[in-house]
Design a protein around this ligand. Structure first.
Ligand code: FMN
Length: 165
């Protein structure tokens, strides 16, 4: 039997991942964030990372335009942020209600406060692949924080009872 999208989804749901929010600066000091777990480290020399963006996502055009993005790796305490940044109907008021705070890198990329880690990236290549585009970013700045990771497994948020080292 040929594999179906549903089987693919179930199989890949067995690949446990962390959870990130991709952040991009918008005009007039705004910030666009989107929850993403299709994020992978690519290369150590140079430092490269990739994120796969759905062609239906608003993030796609903004990333092509700005060519910079933050990868914010979430702690288990930030599950509400992950849910919020995955909602299609989110607005800035919702972020305020959740108490979202940003800090800015030297290049002006907005980053979420209190993450497990974040990486500031400059887009160096894109590749269309089916209904997603792969954005490859060169890592320009890194922050390493503390806490326990938020995980995504089997279509659900999970926790790991281990502190980051
Ligand atoms: C755990 C989780 C992981 C996700 N990973 C991705 C991803 O890697 N790429 C993607 O395009 N969408 C991903 N999504 C879906 C987007 O977060 C969601 O469609 C969002 O509303 C898109 O926002 P935008 O239209 O503002 O870009 C994920 C959602 C969840 C809950």
């Amino acid at each position: 039997m040929s594999p179906t999208p549903e089987m693919f989804r179930r199989a890949m749901g067995r690949f446990a991942t962390g959870v990130t929010v991709i952040t991009i600066p918008e005009d007039e000091g705004g910030v666009h964030g989107m929850t993403a777990n299709a994020v992978t480290s690519v290369s150590l020399d140079p430092l490269l990372i990739l994120v796969c963006i759905d062609h239906r996502a608003h993030t796609l055009a903004l990333l092509h335009q700005r060519k910079q993005f933050g990868v914010n790796i979430l702690t288990e305490e930030q599950e509400a942020l992950s849910r919020y940044y995955a909602r299609p109907d989110r607005d800035h008021q919702g972020a305020l209600r959740l108490g979202v705070r940003y800090r800015y890198t030297q290049r002006g990329t907005p980053m979420l406060e209190d993450c497990l880690a974040w990486l500031d990236c400059r887009v160096v290549a894109t590749h269309e692949a089916g209904d997603h585009t792969i954005f490859i970013g060169q890592v320009e700045e890194i922050f390493i924080g503390e806490g326990r990771p938020l995980l995504f497994y089997g279509g659900q948020y999970r926790r790991l009872d281990v502190e980051a080292q």
